[in-house]
Design a protein around this ligand. Structure first.
Ligand SMILES: [Mg+2]
Length: 416
């Protein structure tokens, strides 16, 4: 029998599709989803992509453009997206048995036979049972499948990349278009005259190993159709959450940075608690403007926590220390952010022996805090400092209701 192939299912414009699921009238309307603090664009509908609005662009830069085309804007709603994501993967599991969740909206799986029929059926079942449009690419390796998926997205949502097709295409596929190739790797390839997949494949393996190391060899193997990365049974949950944003004006005032870091900590931890997740590491970053003379003076620092936590007070304390260590007095900072890493499901018994009692108290406090903020108004009760009228802040006012996770917001179907 032929060697098995690898498939990659990817939900189309995932966050946008989740929002549209409950607002079907938005089907052909331009839609964007903003990061949870309304800073940047994190998902775009096809209409928005076609307009050339890039991923990650700050909201204030495109606000007017969006208004002109009558776009609908949402704040990120992670509890909803995670719930829909779970549904997608549970349908995949029913259909396939084995699959490897790669991100919130992507999963790899093994295709043993009849790839066309299998993926056509899989696409139909997921779309019928969950209601989220998906694209599927199939090829010999994960790296090729990722590329096949991009072809699927340009066409009818399915692309099975066979060997002949691949050898014709590899003449023009640029290495920079591939999964995991960007920035420094791309530049290094360029410096050695390697621009396309064919360039890399026609290079001698020993030379590649010498110049680009083991990751270069792996990429070469994957592109040659020899799988280096196998489909594992382990489902990888989301690995990190980030909250960051640019200030409207640069600042050299550490109090403003403390204020913004505290805001981001509250933000990520509220999301984490809503998802019942904890983190084992926290990273703080502060950056000057990319266009200033201080561009190289920014930085980030990470701390490992004694036990996985989603406790705002613990994380705020650590984040403030990291900020103090990073801060340089003469640098005008333009952006700050907090990332929680090493995420895992929160469970009882995760506490270390010594912080057990303290942890108990905070858990109660945190849930009181969350419910007050939900009842009254976001950020009405906060942990940590908060400057009044901070110029950098804005509120997320356009978040969609919690359709699937809060009873009060569940959509009601009426029969006539
Ligand atoms: Mg996607």
């Amino acid at each position: 029998m032929e060697k098995p192939l690898i498939g990659l299912l990817d939900c189309n414009n995932f966050f946008v599709s989740c929002e549209r699921l409950f607002r079907p009238e938005l089907k052909d309307r331009p839609v964007v989803v903003l990061s949870s603090n309304d800073g940047c664009v994190v998902a775009r509908s096809k209409e928005i992509k076609d307009m050339g609005v890039p991923m990650g662009v700050p909201y204030f830069q495109i606000k007017d453009t969006l208004k002109k085309v009558d776009a609908v804007t949402f704040s990120s709603h992670f509890a909803l997206y995670r719930d829909i994501s779970r549904r997608v993967f549970s349908v995949m599991k029913d259909e396939l048995g084995l699959m490897e969740q790669y991100s919130i909206d992507e999963a790899f799986f093994v295709v043993k036979e009849e790839p066309e029929r299998l993926v056509q059926e899989l696409k139909e079942v997921v779309e019928r049972r969950v209601g989220i449009p998906v694209s599927i690419g199939v090829a010999r390796t994960k790296t090729q499948a990722k590329y096949a998926n991009s072809l699927a997205k340009k066409g009818n949502g399915i692309y099975v990349l066979n060997d002949t097709d691949w050898s014709e295409r590899m003449v023009t596929i640029r290495l920079s278009e591939l999964w995991g190739v960007g920035g420094k790797t791309e530049l290094a390839f360029k410096r050695h005259g390697l621009e396309t997949v064919r360039d890399l494949l026609s290079s001698d393996k020993a030379t590649i190993a010498k110049v680009f190391g083991v990751s270069g060899v792996r990429l070469q193997q994957e592109l040659a159709g020899n799988p280096v990365y196998v489909v594992s049974k382990k489902t990888e949950p989301q690995q990190s959450v980030l909250s960051s944003r640019s200030f409207s004006e640069a600042t050299t005032n550490i109090a403003v940075l403390h204020d913004s870091i505290a805001y981001h900590v509250r933000h990520v931890t509220t999301n984490m608690r809503a998802m019942n997740m904890s983190a084992n590491r926290i990273r703080v970053s502060i950056m000057p403007s990319r266009h200033s003379d201080f561009v190289l003076r920014g930085g980030s620092k990470e701390a490992v926590l004694t036990a996985p936590t989603n406790d705002s007070m613990i994380l705020l304390k650590v984040a403030s220390q990291l900020l103090e260590e990073l801060f340089e007095a003469d640098v005008p900072y333009k952006k700050a952010g907090v990332t929680l890493l090493g995420l895992c499901e929160s469970e009882i018994g995760q506490e270390t022996l010594f912080n057990y009692e303290k942890k108990e108290e905070n858990t109660v406090l945190m849930s009181v805090l969350d419910s007050l903020n939900k009842k009254i108004k976001k950020e009405s009760v906060v942990i940590g400092s908060r400057l009044l009228n901070s110029a950098w802040q804005s509120k997320s006012e356009v978040r969609s209701p919690a359709y699937t996770t809060k009873w009060s917001d569940v959509a009601v179907v009426k029969a006539n």
